[in-house]
Each structure stands twice: as C-alpha cells, then as structure tokens.
Design a protein around this ligand. Structure first.
Ligand SMILES: [Zn+2]
Length: 404
C-alpha cells in the first residue's frame, strides 16, 4: 500500500466524488456496494455510496481480510476460518455474489451457520441458500445437510424449499430407457411425464396410453380414463402402461358423475402402481424397503411441527428401545389424527414389517399441505416422493441393491 503509485494517495478510508476510485478496477461493476481492486499492488477496497449526495466512500481492506475474501469468492477458502474472519457486512456482500463453484465448498458451514446469522448477512444467506435449494446442483446435498442439522425454524423453512415440488432437481425428468425397461419388466405403469420421447411414441402406437377425460353433460360430470391415440395430448393428463397391456378405457355409460379427477382416475392408478411394484418385494428386500421408507418419513417430518409426541415418533423411526408389547402400548395411546401416519410408519417398521403400510405412511406425509376444493393436499409433492419410492423398489428388485 505505501508507495504504490496508483493507490498510495488513498488513505485507509476516503470520501469523495465520482473519480475517487480513479485507477482502481471494479470487481462487479456495481454502484453500491462494490469491491475495487488496485491493479498494481493488489489491495482491496470496499466501495459504497456515502451519506453525502453524489459522494462515494472507499475503505481499504487489511491484507488478511482481502486474502480471505479472495479465497471465498474463488472457492478456495477454508470455509470455517474464512467465515469467522470476515466481518458480517462484507460477508453479506460476498454471499450475494458467490457463484455456484465458490458456493460448493461453503455449503456446509453456511448451513450450520445461517440459523443464527442476523441482519443483512442473515438475509443474504437465506436468499443464497434458497436459490441453492431450487437448483439441481445443490438440492440433494442441501436436503441431506439440513436433515443432519439440529432443527431450527429457519432450517425447517429451508428444508421445505428443498422439498418443494417444482424445484429444479425434482421437476419430472423422463427416466432413462433402461430404467423404463425395468419398470415394464415388473409390470409397473408410469405417469406419462416420466416416459422418454421415443417410448411415448411407441406407447401411443401400441394403445398403451390412457388420458384423463372429464366434462359436463346436461348437469352431470363424466369422468374416467380413456384411451389416447394423439401424441400431442398434454402428457400431464396421461399415463402409460407396460408393453403387452392395454390402456384403460371407460365406456360412455360407465363414466363417473364426479369432477374430481384425482379421486376418480389418478388415485386408483397410483394405488395400482404401488401394488404392482410391491408384489415383487420379497424376503431380504422387505427390510431394505422398510428402512428406506423410515428414512423418507423422517426426512419429510423434519419440516413439520415440533410437538413432543411427534418428535418421539420420528425418533422411533430410527431406533426403538422398547419391546414389542411396550411399543404397541405406547403407540395405541397416540390419538391425534395428524400423527396417525407416523404411528403407522413406526408400526410398519418395527411391529408388522408391512411394506404397504410403510409406503402409505410416507405418501400420506408427503401429501400433507393446504387442501384444495376436493380435500386433496400437496399431490405434486406426493407424486415426486412416490416416484422416488417406486424407483427405489424397481432398482431393489431388478438389480438386487440391498440397503444394509
Ligand atoms: Zn495500489
């Protein structure tokens, strides 16, 4: 700093007009705040709008601080030390500008740390992590980190963002051809959004596509599945059955007088998917599936309330120190309707070894949310979780991937 021909004249801090930063480079090209770098000696300055109109303020950063900022922004920092060294207002600025590569090594310390961060830094961290939650690159990692973090209100809110339907990572992406083949081999039908393009075309040609049909006729509703032969049909309204099967088709006189397409069409279809998959789960795979269901249920319930009974039940998904009779006695006294599915999950895992009940418990948990006109909750999230479970079962059965 001393003796630098470019920046020596600038003291530790200075206030002045527009050319206060003459000779310095702007890091982000921003007006307020920004970082300025001396191209000659490498010193860093914080550039802010001053309180006086038209005036700017420059503050030279101490070398160690500047080094840490540089490491943070380039993704090479030792995160914990860095985060402890940089003052919060500067860190907030850095957090706002972290690109994905620089964020990657910081994700873990940020998750530990954001529940207690306040002010501008708290806001910056919250926003950056929510953006990460919605990105396909960080969604899974963030979900995992939050699952292992002591629960706080902020962490739960962020976890809910991670699990929100429509986050990039979880938006339906067609399955790979070999995975579809595994579904077909087990006789498990699919919602059409998961079927890749060429298989969709084949399925249309082979009358393996069924479409939700619902309209009103003289005051009554006519709802049911009909065979679909038009490849341009909205796939969100369609399901595909495996080769060798024929799509469901409801004759005119047999349509339901009900506009609730979820209840009339989708719910039986989803039940059929799960039943078809579960038929193949035998012997050692049962235990693997029960463990997987407990894991899902635990993860989904972390975003919920924090009642004591609920916490106890969630704990029991992992480990139970009671004998079977004592456990049943403890479960039977839980009467809250909002906990029925958790009781079911615990029973399924430890008392009954019932895969169907375990899957139902997970799906009921996933579906909880604001109810629509017909009383359905978050069926979008439920659909995503169901697909993850189905994929797990199909892998388990076709490739023998057992969980220890
Ligand atoms: Zn300089």
């Amino acid at each position: 700093m001393s003796g630098c021909s470019v920046c020596a004249a600038l003291e530790r801090s200075a206030t002045g007009g527009r050319d206060l930063d003459a000779g310095l480079d702007s890091l982000w090209g921003l007006d307020d705040p920004d970082l300025r770098l001396c191209p000659r000696c490498g010193d860093w300055f914080v550039w802010r709008r001053s309180v006086a109109p038209g005036a700017q303020a420059l503050t030279r950063l101490a070398r160690p601080m500047a080094l840490v900022m540089e490491e943070l922004l380039s993704g090479t920092a030792r995160p914990r030390e860095a985060v402890a060294l940089v003052e919060p207002s500067l860190l907030a600025m850095v957090v706002d500008h972290l690109n994905d590569d620089a964020l990657a090594p910081l994700l873990e310390p940020f998750v530990e740390w954001f529940p207690s961060a306040s002010g501008a830094l708290g806001v910056a961290l919250q926003q950056r992590l929510e953006a990460a939650a919605r990105s396909s690159r960080f969604n899974a990692r963030l979900t995992e980190l939050l699952g292992a973090t002591p629960s706080s209100k902020r962490a739960r809110r962020l976890l809910r963002v991670c699990l929100e339907p429509g986050t990039t990572a979880q938006r339906p992406k067609p399955l790979a051809a070999d995975e579809v083949a595994d579904f077909w081999a087990l006789g498990v039908p699919l919602e059409a959004v998961w079927v890749p393009e060429d298989e969709w075309a084949r399925a249309i040609a082979e009358t393996r596509v069924q479409e939700v049909s619902s309209y009103s006729s003289m005051g009554t509703a006519e709802t049911g599945w009909v065979r679909c032969t038009n490849a341009k049909t909205d796939r969100r309204e369609c399901a595909v059955v495996p080769p060798g099967q024929t799509a469901e088709h409801t004759e005119w006189g047999e349509m339901f007088d009900d506009r609730d397409t979820t209840a009339v069409c989708w719910q039986p279809f989803w039940n059929g998917q799960v039943a078809a998959a579960l038929r193949h789960v035998q012997g050692a795979s049962k235990r693997s599936l029960l463990v997987e269901c407990a894991r899902w249920l635990k993860q989904l319930e972390r975003g919920g309330g924090e009642g004591e009974t609920q916490q106890t039940l969630v704990g029991w998904l992992d480990e139970v120190r009671l004998g079977p009779e004592a456990l049943e006695r403890a479960l039977v006294v839980v009467t809250e309707r909002s906990l029925t599915h958790l009781v079911r999950g615990v029973r399924a895992r430890w008392l009954e070894g019932d895969c169907r009940a375990a899957v139902d418990a997970v799906l009921t948990s996933a579906e909880r949310g604001r109810r629509d006109f017909w009383g359905h909750g978050d069926t979008a999230r439920e659909a995503l979780v169901r697909m993850e479970l189905l994929r797990f079962i199909v892998r388990l059965v076709s490739r023998g991937e057992l969980v220890a």
